[in-house]
Design a protein around this ligand. Sequence first.
Ligand code: FAD
Ligand code: DLZ
Ligand code: SF4
Length: 525
Amino acid sequence: MTKTLRFLLGDQLTRAISALDGLAPGDVALMAEVADETRYVRHHKQKIVLILSAMRHFALELAAEGVAVDYVRLDDPANTGSFTGELARAVARHRPSRVVVTEPGEWRVREMMSEWSAALGVPVEIRDDDRFFCSRADFARWAEGRAALRMEFFYRDMRRRTGFLMRDDAPVGGRWNFDVENRRSLPDKFRAPTRRRFAPDALTQEVMALVETRCADHFGDLDSFGWPVTRAQALAALDDFLAKSLPSFGDYQDAMRTGAPFLYHGLLSTSLNIGLLTPHEVCVAAERAFLAGRAPLNAVEGFIRQILGWREYVRGVYWLCMPDYRESNALRAARPLPWFYWSGETRMNCLAQTVADTRQNAYAHHIQRLMVAGNFALLAGVAPEAIEEWFLIVYADAFEWVELPNVHGMAIFADGGLLASKPYAASGAYIDRMSNYCKSCFYEAQAKSGARACPFNYLYWNFFLENRERLAKTPRLAMPLKALDAMSAERKAEIVRDAASFLKGPEMAPTPGGSETEAQGRLPL
Ligand code: FAD
Ligand code: DLZ
Ligand code: SF4
């Protein structure tokens, strides 16, 4: 009789996953491709290929190591299409004395798991996911009794706890945060480093064919698929990043450039999120690059802050505040998602470029996500659930534990300031400074009103006008609110007029034909 059935999910692809701790002869590792997971939102095609291909590669690696793997393919005629159904079938096949799983990355799957033991009549042990620096319990302890949760203080604690970039009890370089040195715009003549991408092997190609058949109507291109699908590839991608991009990561972290979707970013989130790399090894490698003089402090601190700080912090907030977290809508945003988020057909060049990059790569870097796609949704008052679903669909690294706090809290301030101290609202001037998008835009970044004015400009002030009272107590907004109060009544009326006309106009049409009746955010190209 099999002793233990160990069920591994598609984002738990590491030999070090807690579900495999204590693996013994006779145990079976179960992995299942299930239709429910491919369609609980209509993921970008590259995301599905990434997960299924990485699952198949990992199953082969486990088997090569001598682990008994029971692998259920999506096209298996007996496949029930759900985690619960496949676990039930596997329990019937193997008759284990217990099932062991690692907690999942999404609340909805955690809810499923809590019913498995009773439903299947077998003990189910749900283990912590110890791939993170900070456990859920430690985060809850850190958060307890604090008037406000702030990433910066969490991050300092994490630096102290882990010792990254610390000398004795002080931060290396004398400061915790080199963010102000991470905002340079790119020189006009500049060539982005070529990045290590991975041509699909036969196994990945097989999955691509499956996805093209089964998910033909999902958003996104597949031709440009180049994500690491094995640990060896992920390590090669990490080495490539450390050598070619990390040194300039800090300087140009916030920059955007047409035709250069990756710039100096890590391209590591898919590998980190599905288990091909650990956050620990990535931070160690970055710190070593600094210590060896191969990368400057503003780059390495900025990079480590994203992983040791933001990544851990958003996960902590997610598990601390779910399931209520996603229900808040502090700014009462209710507009449908404009169709151009799918089609890219908008005269706003920054958004057209961001959607094009997203369609092609299932990737956009942080500033495109936050200050273009997120900022527009914030300023235009797009309903939280519509923009959240879009973010969960379109990025290959999107799992709810990391996507939801970034969108709901950081980008659209729907949590009213629980995660971030102020909304990341910005006018066209910011995008103009950080990118070359405005140079080829129909709209004029410097124009404040009229038909050619950049919509971000009047939407920015309209956002503060509409939310004046709701944001009155947000300390870091004192400057824009003061400027708003000093504005003449005529100027305010002009802003409201321009914004109303834009928000009712063709750019904001929620469907290709502009019809209000079709479901929003559920109609991928
Ligand atoms: P780099 O810029 O090289 O950063 C290095 C690493 O830091 C990333 O790989 C990632 O693991 C981590 N990181 C950086 N910023 C964050 C952050 N804010 N939260 C968590 N981790 C971070 N990241 C996801 O992994 N999945 C998502 O679904 C996701 N959705 C986002 C939605 C919005 C609105 C915003 C503003 C950010 C989102 N992020 C998400 C965070 C960040 O944009 C991506 O992690 C990053 O763009 C991934 O690319 P990279 O590996 O090149 O990152
Ligand atoms: C995202 C995804 C997809 C598309 N398909 C599968 C799958 O077929 N089997 C699987 O085990 N996992 C898949 N995943 C990842 C899960 O959605 C993910 O593990 C949960 O959302 C929990 O984070
Ligand atoms: Fe975007 Fe405005 Fe610049 Fe056009 S002018 S690219 S809409 S910021």
